[in-house]
Design a protein around this ligand. Structure first.
Ligand SMILES: Cc1cc2nc3c(=O)[nH]c(=O)nc-3n(C[C@H](O)[C@H](O)[C@H](O)COP(=O)(O)OP(=O)(O)OC[C@H]3O[C@@H](n4cnc5c(N)ncnc54)[C@H](O)[C@@H]3O)c2cc1C
Length: 291
């Protein structure tokens, strides 16, 4: 049995009810959740994280798979998938199954995407495995837990790669750096970090959001040595970074605007915003001097 709670001034009446049997005050509960959420919503958003430039650029390196040299390629595929996570794997698997020549290009040294990069202890999915893991019936894999851990998900990605022959034509440790539409030849020209100049009739972008480590911009976060688990990039042993780079202040340059402004053809931004609350001068991770 429930009863209406009175609307409060300044708030939208959400129709919250107090359950007379369980005595749960849903309105209070909602308010507490909202308060906790608000604590985590910061005006600086993604700016709270350090940009992985300079000394921190090493966190972008792949610690899991040795680098192998190869000659630049110039060949053509009907479909190229950028990214070897779930998106690239499922697209690649279904296209390969349909007989389409498809190639995956992946920055990391293996399939898995999020689950290739994120290997910190205890990482697991929070959507039920049966729903979350793709191509279970096709591969015959039965998840061992309701919320399986990272290594099992990574192994499943590799299973998909093997079963659908995606390893045969993949380019690992290769970052797509430019996509240009060639109108005359009606195909995409794909440039990469390995000097490739490939072409494709169709390009599928499955680049995902969680393959780049986010380092907290908190005091001393990048200064002290030791072992750290990063949201992406796994557990990493960090040697002490020079004090000059991190004087215990947040880098407040927006990674998004910095990225956009440094994109080809766009003027480079010289603006660097400073977080409310920071005072004094310091050098941020972008190398700029804040005053
Ligand atoms: C611990 C953890 C738990 C999660 N649990 C869940 C869950 O339970 N349910 C859920 O829905 N989601 C969950 N996620 C989110 C997860 O990211 C997605 O479910 C999914 O794995 C994303 O797949 P994707 O292929 O879109 O992207 P990704 O897995 O991020 O793969 C993208 C790939 O593209 C590559 N790439 C990027 N740019 C380039 C480039 N320019 N050139 C070449 N390669 C490039 C990257 O290296 C990466 O390997 C979880 C994430 C984490 C970290």
């Amino acid at each position: 049995m429930t009863t209406e709670s009175p609307a409060r001034p300044g708030r939208v009446d959400t129709g919250a009810r107090i359950d007379k049997e369980t005595h749960i005050d849903k309105d209070t509960l909602r308010r507490r959740y909202a308060e906790e959420r608000d604590k985590r919503l910061r005006p600086d958003g993604n700016d709270q994280y350090l940009r992985l430039t300079g000394e921190l650029a090493r966190y972008l390196d792949d610690p899991y798979t040795p680098w192998t040299e190869r000659a630049p390629r110039t060949d053509h595929r009907t479909v190229v998938c950028v990214g070897g996570g779930f998106a690239g794997l499922v697209t690649g698997a279904r296209l390969a199954e349909a007989g389409v020549d498809v190639r995956i290009i992946e920055k990391g040294g293996g399939f898995g995407g999020t689950w290739y990069w994120n290997r910190y202890p205890g990482a697991q999915c929070d959507t039920a495995s049966m729903v979350y893991l793709p191509l279970l019936e096709e591969t015959g894999h039965m998840p061992t837990e309701k919320y399986v851990h990272g290594p099992e998900i990574l192994a499943h990605c590799q299973r998909i790669g093997r079963q659908f022959g995606l390893y045969d034509d993949v380019l690992f440790h290769t970052e797509v750096t430019a996509l240009t539409w060639d109108e005359a030849r009606t195909r995409w020209v794909i440039q990469t970090s390995r000097g490739d100049r490939l072409t494709a009739t169709f390009v599928v972008l499955g680049t995902g959001p969680l393959s780049v480590p986010k380092l907290p911009g908190s005091r001393g976060s990048a200064r002290s040595g030791g072992t750290r688990s990063t949201p992406a990039g796994g557990t990493t042993t960090t040697p002490a970074a020079p004090q000059r780079t991190f004087r215990a202040r947040r880098c407040t340059s927006s990674p998004i605007s910095a990225w956009a402004s440094s994109a080809p053809g766009r003027p480079r931004s010289s603006a660097c915003r400073i977080c409310p609350g920071t005072a004094g001068s310091f050098t941020c991770s972008s190398g700029r001097r804040h005053r």
